[in-house]
Design a protein around this ligand. Structure first.
Ligand code: GLN
Length: 312
């Protein structure tokens, strides 16, 4: 019998939805502005291959910053830890995800971590392949394996919308290029990055990916390793220290689950050994995290004692 119960979950969703009016849908990427702020869906995937869900789980969410953790896993497999961490650091910044402020503090220049945009752009740059198509294809193939869903693709509309408006991200790329952290054409990298961020899936797919991380990189169905244990460990650690942007400290104290959010309102969470959680709630708080999603996770963490740091 699954400890997570459908009716209880539906009740928690209704409760958390009450907070939607205090949040705001991201609209700096124009296509994301179309989302309905009172939408809220969740799926919990357990190691016995069962899913419990509530809300409209057919709605798709673009990954946005959630993609940063998946691209990181792939480049760690492509290049190994030493090469990746030569170009990007391991420390949380306490600044907003798109901040340019701390880039000059480290000498020689190096973005502080792979979860802020500057670091994520450096990571995307490292995805191996001869063309944008081949690199995106490799990332998509990896994401499809993690989700166990061959249908996953990216939203052309959202990718295009971000590509046309990503001036700050372009400036981060030029900084990285000036300092030799990237050496490719900026428009080419922006093409790949915006498509990566626009990969879309349901919260059930998100939960399945969360479960792979929770199971140290193993496929929940076949037991086959989809990534090395160390890669899963590094990704979960970044989820704890930097996954919720500059709200990661408060999230660790109140909820205590490795998680990664995106400005689309998605959250991917991994409770080690226990379950993967996928959430879609586009009403965001002022730091760019799903406000309703965090309320829901707080309720779940308390009800089922999910914090990795222990306690009730
Ligand atoms: N594509 C978005 C950007 O780079 C992702 C940011 C996010 O989800 N925080 O601005």
């Amino acid at each position: 019998m699954n400890v997570y119960n459908q009716e209880e979950l539906a009740r928690f969703v209704e409760e958390a939805k009450q907070y939607a009016r205090y949040g705001k849908v991201a609209d700096y990427i124009p296509a994301l502005g179309k989302a309905n702020p009172s939408e809220l869906s969740i799926a919990i995937y357990t190691p016995d291959d069962e899913v419990v869900s509530a809300g409209d789980v057919t709605v798709k969410v673009t990954l946005q910053s959630i993609s940063k953790i998946l691209a990181l896993a792939l480049v760690l497999m492509d290049h190994g830890e030493d090469d990746v961490f030569r170009k990007v650091g391991m420390e949380p910044t306490g600044d907003p995800f798109n901040s340019i402020a701390k880039l000059e503090e480290v000498q020689p220049a190096k973005p502080l971590n792979p979860m802020i945009n500057a670091g994520a752009l450096a990571v995307t740059h490292m995805i191996r392949g001869r063309s944008v198509e081949e690199r995106l294809g490799r990332l998509l193939a990896f994401v499809r394996r993690l989700a166990g869903n061959e249908q996953i693709t990216y939203s052309k509309e959202v990718a295009q919308s971000e590509f046309e408006t990503a001036f700050l991200n372009r400036s981060l790329c030029y900084f990285l290029k000036q300092h030799g952290i990237i050496d490719e054409d900026v428009e080419e990298l922006m093409d790949l990055y915006t498509k990566q961020c626009a990969i879309e899936m349901t919260c059930i797919d998100l939960a399945r990916i969360g479960l792979v991380f929770a199971l140290d990189g193993r496929d929940p169905h076949s037991g086959e390793p989809l990534m090395p244990l160390d890669v899963a460990r590094i990704c979960k650690t970044f989820m704890v220290t930097c996954g919720m942007y500059n709200a990661s400290g408060e999230f660790a104290i109140k909820i205590g689950i490795p998680a990664k959010s995106g400005v689309s309102g998605g959250i991917l969470a991994a409770v080690p050994g226990r379950c993967g959680i996928g959430i879609f709630g586009p009403a965001l708080d002022e730091k760019g995290n799903s406000l309703t999603g965090i309320k829901l996770l707080e309720r779940l963490s308390k009800t089922y004692s999910l914090s990795i740091f222990g306690g009730g």
